[in-house]
Design a protein around this ligand. Structure first.
Ligand code: DLL
Length: 430
């Protein structure tokens, strides 16, 4: 069952003392058990004894996703294979997947952090959680499932897709909370719209835990309005257990990163210099409690910042700002750096635009943004559509500094996504 809530309000000095002792133990264990790290530590000239303060973390080498792929399948395992209890793989978009092993304690800790996160949003044993993430190798569903069970919620392992069935489950079992990706949330919202207001009436939904991919504030607002819920941002990655790494509390003012389990750094991705609170850079995480596959200074590629100052909820664990994208997601179009998130932000602020869009890069360097019209806008005539397309193109131009072509499509004409959406298709022949 859910334990030790006192850890969330532990004073900063105690929290840092705990981090330091866990870090020292980690370096000693990796040195003893994982040849990959033994070599890396030797190259960097560090031993467990050289970690005297948290600032010494910076003397340790980074670990990258390429390291995980190069050592696939089990090169970073720190326990004998027969002590591993569970395997997940990451939904790598390119190349070999990453294999992530969990010891019995890792499985329990991962669930514990999810339980802690859910409780921080106000979830209790009386809630009914419909888990609409994909069950399987992806951490998103299983880890959260066990987390909610720890609290004593009734958990419905619905998985994604099949909106009719989802709605029936919600109506029949009084679902109060859902856990899903923003792209499926938008899709499901569209489905509900199509059903009319009667379908919503019997619903008891109050909370949606939304994560596993970046989404803008505007998208969050659309989800809240369409589902009649409060959305809580949920951040995690398979390399660090999956969901439950950082989560918004009931104040919804940034995501508390559970610092008794992870050390966070935000660095300039190019110079690797540490950045002060409030400045955006790449998130780097070190696991403090993982047994089967601990990682040191893992380059997440996720772009975020630390929210300065304390949270009104009194938890002492620092908060991450909304992830604005991945360092890998950055597109260079006609020499300009563009993040898909910037495009989403503009599109979702336009009421006539629906909830699905696609960025196409073709030819030498041509960008077309395809966006579905909102329900109710399908009657728009040709002239109005062309006018709106050019207005959107102009708004995009001022956000991303290059002018794409904009093509508005009828509702539900782009491929729907249940898990993580593919928003960019790059067929350039540069
Ligand atoms: O997506 C774990 C997860 C499941 C988190 C369910 C939250 C909810 P991976 O498949 O390994 O694991 O993908 C991790 O997804 O590095 C981010 O780029 C992105 N991501 C996850 N949560 C968020 C979020 C899971 N709230 C990668 N906002 C991460 C933005 C997110 N991006």
């Amino acid at each position: 069952m859910f334990r030790d809530p006192g850890i969330e309000t532990l004073g900063r000095a105690d929290l840092e003392r705990l981090q330091l002792s866990r870090l020292q133990a980690l370096v000693a264990r990796l040195h003893e058990r994982v040849p990959f790290y033994r070599e890396r530590f030797a190259e960097a000239g560090v031993t467990a004894a050289s970690i005297k303060s948290l600032a010494d973390l910076r003397r340790l080498p980074f670990t990258t996703s390429a390291d995980l792929r190069d050592t696939y399948p089990a090169g970073l395992l720190a326990v004998p294979m027969d002590e591993a209890l569970r395997l997940h793989t990451s939904s790598g978009t390119t190349g070999r997947p990453k294999a992530l092993f969990f010891s019995p304690r890792d499985v329990d800790n991962a669930a514990e952090l999810c339980a802690r996160s859910f409780v921080a949003t106000g979830l209790t044993a009386r809630d009914v959680l419909q888990n609409m993430m994909t069950y399987g190798l992806f951490t998103g569903a299983l880890v959260a499932h066990y987390g909610a069970e720890k609290i004593g919620c009734l958990v419905i392992p619905a998985g994604p897709g099949n909106s009719e069935k989802q709605l029936a489950l919600m109506q029949d079992f009084g679902t109060t909370a859902v856990h899903l990706t923003p792209s499926f949330a938008l899709y499901f919202a569209d489905f509900l719209d199509g059903k009319g207001p009667e379908a919503r009436k019997p619903l008891k939904l109050r909370r949606a835990f939304v994560g596993a991919e970046p989404y803008s504030v505007k998208t969050r607002d659309k989800i809240e309005q369409a589902l009649g819920v409060e959305v809580f941002n949920s951040y995690g990655l398979s390399e660090m257990n999956g969901p439950g790494v950082a989560f918004e509390c009931e104040k919804r003012a940034g995501m508390h990163l559970w610092e008794d389990h992870f050390i966070l750094e935000v660095i300039d991705p190019k110079t690797e210099a540490p950045l002060p609170d409030g400045e955006s850079g790449e998130l780097v995480l070190t696991t403090l409690c993982r047994e089967a596959m601990p990682l040191v200074r893992y380059r997440t590629r996720d772009i975020t910042s630390v929210v300065p100052g304390p949270c009104a909820c009194r938890r002492t664990h620092r908060r991450l700002a909304r992830i604005t994208g991945r360092a890998d997601d950055m597109l260079i179009v006609r020499g300009v750096n563009v993040y898909p998130q910037q495009i989403e932000h503009v599109l979702m602020a336009i009421p006539q635009v629906g909830r699905n869009y696609l960025i196409l890069l073709e030819g030498r360097d041509d960008m077309t943004v395809q966006a579905e019209l909102a329900h109710g806008e399908s009657e728009m005539n040709e002239e109005q559509r062309v006018l709106l397309e050019s207005e959107i193109a102009a708004r995009l131009r001022s956000e991303i500094l290059t002018k794409p072509k904009v093509k508005l499509l009828p509702p539900a004409s782009l491929p729907a996504s249940e898990g993580k959406a593919k928003r960019v298709i790059d067929r350039r022949t540069l």
